[in-house]
Design a protein around this ligand. Sequence first.
Ligand code: IMP
Length: 200
Amino acid sequence: MKMKLIKGMRLVAATHNAGKAREIHALLDGHYTVVTAAELNLPEPAETEGTFVGNAMLKARTAAAFSGEVCLADDSGLSVAALDGAPGIFSARWAGPDRDFGMAMSKIEARLDELGARDRTAWFTSALAVAWPDGPCVVVDGRVDGVVTFPARGDRGFGYDPIFIPDGHDQTFGEMDPDRKDAMSHRARAFDRLKAALID
Ligand code: IMP
């Protein structure tokens, strides 16, 4: 079978996260009809794998099996060097069941303070997987490097955006125009690789 994404086709974005869904819509340039797993009432699998790539494949494959459609999943998160890469794949889980990212960002600050760590180096990672219902799955990843800063600044993004400043910039992702974030983010870089692999 030819594993390509054909313009105009319908893609299921295997996410229940509104911030990610908005970025996936923007990054696909309106060339695809995107519906989300939340809109289709698909179940959210437990993220049992130990890597972003593994969890992205798990989410895409689960959604493809339930929907019978081509599914795209993102597994992503923020890694802080001085915290040995935490929260990393646990980024969503650090925010608890109420998805309280104010709390999750405070937890990062508190852990850095406890350690007396001055190094603020951090990076976002996004793994993107596309799964076909009959089996094949393609996965890529992308990363953006920067630093974490406190207090949090800006309310334009989602998740950890208000504490992340990408290298070479002064604004946090939370302060930045969404188009600027979409031009340089981990997700945008992963999408570039995905497009190179799957779009003619
Ligand atoms: P998961 O991929 O569903 O496990 O969730 C990843 C979590 O990482 C999200 O809920 C966000 O908190 C965080 N995250 C991933 N990408 C971004 C981003 O672009 N900005 C801010 N936070 C992000």
